[in-house]
Write a protein that binds this ligand. Structure first.
Ligand SMILES: [Zn+2]
Length: 853
């Protein structure tokens, strides 16, 4: 479609030629409950100025039909000016008024105006999601972040519904079966940050207030919404508690009153991402409303997202990147702020451990792809932008900010942020605007730092190098750095020895700067050689941690005995990286998990270990040993499940892991027994979500058929239940089940995003590689048509989800290379996804070779 993919250059030109005054948007959503209605009426009025009289520009709109276009009272023929993605405007006056009436489409992909019908009660729910450029699916826009304006939304909806938008509503008028909600104008914001949420949502309300330094009082009404059928599970109080803790923290630190009036947090169905920072109207995936027991890691994760989005109100919403090149400016900042506020203002004081363990794993993975990029990326167009919501932009960026805080100090860092908000409020910025503020408050030159950390890609590995004398005293201690770009690192080196109880405890912590390939640390000379050296202890910098021989032996014998939670998490992360890099045999890694995961007290770390162990078995284990490894893992899972404290988070985590790895008849029998109530684990509540998790291995092994699985839906005829049934059905080990899943996703575009995901997850079970082997050629054959015909959100899932990753053999790698060689001109974003899958596969083959020995 011409013009669908807006380029940076076009956006720059447009920003130079016009200035925006305001938008007024009227949406008529009264058709939504009628499943036959595919569109809604959208009327946009944009007031803007042009500096060049008689010049031309365009507005963006993705709509099935445009009914009228009126520019300064002059009717333009939609057939002439609308090409399906843009409306061409010419003959601009100094001040202009554009009115566009269109029929816009309800979405099933989570992009634009998503419509969802609740199977539990038949109610219809709508919400919008626009980042990076989907507001144009709902109204006519200048779809780029640096054309900010105040928005006034008016929404007509069924009378029984409530409507939420960025601002408070000023008036509701009734007209029979419909009500019209007129919202106050917003502050100047970018198009991608506008939001409308409409439906018979359940709402909980609360309130936040504080006295400001200037003597005035700030009052923020709080609301939290979810679907009505989820209301019994909605723990809004916990969400409000975190919300208030966050508002306290950010007001203390940012010294800029929350600028957007009220603060609604809407939990919405079939949401593609974790959450979105729409000012005053944050949207979250509703899986954060917990229907069944979850571990505290899930509560911690939710709180982290609440705080991340809240940080965006200042960083992203009040001050917004000029273009998607500087997406990281807002995302890494929000990620960093989410964690620091969580550590300092909530009950999750161990959030830095989670950051080290989870967020950084994402960054390290992404940063080793051939497609990795500097944190400050080169984003040519919207397709580039869409793929850049990645581990570099979020997690590496946040890690680097954490390193920056270690470098300039916490006070200077926050002082810089405060200055930045005041200087650029309601404006748009680029990287140098932030660096300027930080240089002023820290008195440091950040050019070198920025060049080393923000404008290069790749991760360094840091390795300790020790020599000792005959008495076991260190004669020289050095830190080796490798990687394509050597960087300055502020690190702490920890030395560990066993205490009387046999635990590994820190005996020494030295902070230092590492520069270049080898940095000698004179301070450590003369000390007794420790059992374990942990470079980057305290996780100040972003690097892969390596070990000397003695330390590695110590870990093999006692990784789980490191007493400090963060240090232990760093050690787990390091051995995982060794395994991924083909430097530690997969069976050795799994052996560590089997011996020490059972005593892991940090529930988030334990759940990461479970995921990684499953991934290591499926992808990194020597195929000749895989069955044996699977048996050991499954037996270990059942052993730990039985040993875990009744009712504990650990017990639930091991139950879920048992379901994930159960394969042999005795484990499947236990799983079935738990479902049928004939087997019991003391303290384990087999609730609805756990039931579905237990059905999955029974489905995948062929132990449970369609009838039984569909029977479970009778117990749980909900959105979540339907998704999980779809996954279970696609997981069955028959050619027909695989063919049906493939057809439902690839040959048809009827399914909503959530069911596309469920089908793919079921299809791609590792267990029966023989059944999916025949799809490799079909996959490469459909790639381009999928990319062209589907929305990018769905296309990304298909390309990533159906890649034949379980066909871990050289032939698959050759097939991927042949496709890449034969399609040099395929869309860059598509090539990037295939390259990354290909690289994962090559990594798996290397790890398998290491495991083979
Ligand atoms: Zn964010």
């Amino acid at each position: 479609m011409p013009g669908k993919n807006l380029s940076r250059e076009e956006a720059r030109q447009r920003a130079r030629s016009i200035d925006l005054d305001r938008y007024r948007v009227h949406l008529d959503l009264t058709s939504a409950p009628d499943p036959a209605a595919t569109t809604f009426r959208s009327t946009t009025t944009i007031e803007f100025r042009s500096s060049a009289l008689g010049s031309a520009t365009f507005v963006d709109l993705l709509a099935p039909a445009v009914r009228a276009v009126r520019l300064n009272g002059r009717d333009l023929d939609p057939a002439e000016v609308f090409d399906g993605a843009r409306i061409a405007l010419d003959g601009l006056a100094g001040t202009n008024e554009l009115v566009v009436e269109a029929d816009c489409a309800y979405s099933r992909t989570g992009e634009g105006m998503h419509r969802f019908v609740d199977p539990a009660d038949g109610e219809t729910y709508l919400y919008t999601h626009f980042e990076p450029a989907d507001a144009r699916r709902v109204f006519a826009t200048f779809e780029q972040p640096d054309l900010k304006a105040p928005f006034t939304f008016t929404v007509t909806a069924p009378a029984a519904w409530d409507v939420y938008a960025n601002a408070v509503h000023e008036e509701i008028t009734e007209d029979g079966a419909a009500r019209t909600w007129r919202f106050a104008p917003t502050k100047p914001i970018s198009t991608y940050l506008t939001a409308v949420v409409a439906g018979p949502y359940h709402v909980a309300r609360d309130h936040y207030g504080r006295d400001l330094p200037d003597g005035t009082r700030l009052e923020i009404p709080l609301a939290a919404t979810c679907r009505r059928s989820l209301a019994p599970h909605f723990d809004a109080d916990d969400i409000f508690t975190v919300t208030k803790q966050g508002l306290d923290f950010f007001h203390d630190e940012f010294d800029y009153p929350y600028p957007f009036g009220k603060y609604d947090q809407c939990f919405v169905p079939e949401y593609n991402i974790g959450a979105m920072e729409n000012p005053g109207c944050v949207t979250f995936r509703e899986e954060f409303v917990f229907r069944s027991k979850v571990t505290d890691a899930a509560y911690e994760g939710r709180a982290n997202v609440v705080l991340h989005e809240m940080a965006h109100m200042w960083f992203g919403d009040l001050v917004t990147p000029k273009w998607w090149d500087d997406l990281w400016l807002k995302e890494s900042f929000a990620d960093f702020m989410g964690s620091i506020s969580q550590v300092e203002a909530t009950r999750w004081t161990g959030a830095w451990t989670t950051f080290a363990n989870r967020r950084k794993a994402w960054a390290y993975r992404q940063d080793q792809f051939p497609t990795t990029h500097p944190i400050t990326a080169d984003i040519r167009d919207l397709e580039d932008a869409k793929l850049n919501f990645d581990g570099i932009t979020y997690a590496k960026g946040a890690s680097v900010l954490k390193q920056l805080v270690a470098y300039v100090g916490r006070d200077a860092f926050f002082a810089g942020a405060r200055q930045y908000f005041k200087r650029h409020a309601y404006g748009n910025t680029v990287l140098t605007d932030l660096l300027d503020a930080l240089e002023q408050t820290s008195g440091r030159d950040l050019k070198t730092w920025s060049a080393a950390w923000l404008q290069t890609s790749g991760v360094n590995a840091l390795t300790p190098q020790l020599t000792a004398d005959a008495d076991g005293r260190i004669t020289e201690f050095a830190v080796l750095q490798d990687g394509t770009t050597l960087r300055p690192h502020r690190i702490a080196v920890g030395l560990y020895d066993r205490d009387a109880a046999g635990d590994l405890v820190r005996t020494e912590l030295v902070e230092l700067d590492v520069t270049g390939a080898r940095t000698v640390v004179p301070a450590l000379a003369g000390r007794p050689r420790p059992a374990l050296v942990l470079v980057n202890d305290a996780d100040l910098t972003y690097c892969k941690i390596r070990f000397d021989e003695v330390s590695l032996e110590t870990l093999r014998g006692g990784l789980g005995l490191i007493r400090d939670d963060l240090a232990r998490a760093l050690a787990w992360s390091a051995v995982w990286n060794l395994t991924r890099d083909g430097l530690m045999p997969t069976r050795d890694y799994l052996d560590l998990v089997l011996r020490f995961a059972g005593r892991e007290s940090d529930i988030g770390v334990l759940q990461s270990l479970h995921q990684q162990a499953k991934g290591a078995l499926d992808l990194y284990a020597d195929p000749a040993w895989r069955a044996e490894g699977g048996r050991l893992l499954a037996e270990g899972a059942v052993r730990e499940l039985r040993a875990a404290a009744p009712g504990s988070d650990q017990q639930l985590a091991w139950a879920r892991f048992t379901a994930l790895v159960a394969d042999a008849p005795e484990q499947l029998q236990l799983v079935r027994g738990l479902l049928e109530g004939t087997a019991r684990i003391d303290g384990l509540d087999v609730d609805q979500e756990l039931r579905w998790a237990l059905w999955l291995p029974l489905a995948a092994s062929g132990d449970a058929g369609a009838e039984e699985l569909e029977g479970e839906l009778q117990r749980d005829n909900t959105a979540s239940g339907r998704r999980q049934l779809v996954q279970c059905l696609a997981a069955r080990p028959t050619p027909e089940a695989k063919a049906a899943a493939w057809a439902a996703v690839v040959d048809s575009d009827e399914l909503p995003n959530a069911l596309v995901e469920a089908q793919i997850a079921g299809f791609a079970q590792a267990g029966r590689r023989d059944l999916t082997a025949g799809y490799t050629d079909r996959y490469f054959a459909v790639l381009e048509s999928v990319w062209e015909q589907r929305t990018i959100e769905i296309a990304m899932r298909i390309v990533g989800g159906f890649f034949p990753k379980f066909q871990t053999e050289q032939a698959t790698l050759d097939r991927a290379d042949a496709w890449l060689d034969g399609h040099p001109d395929a869309a860059p974003a598509l090539r990037r996804l295939v390259l990354e899958c290909r690289d994962d596969l090559a990594r798996a083959l290397r790890a398998q070779a290491c495991d083979r020995g």
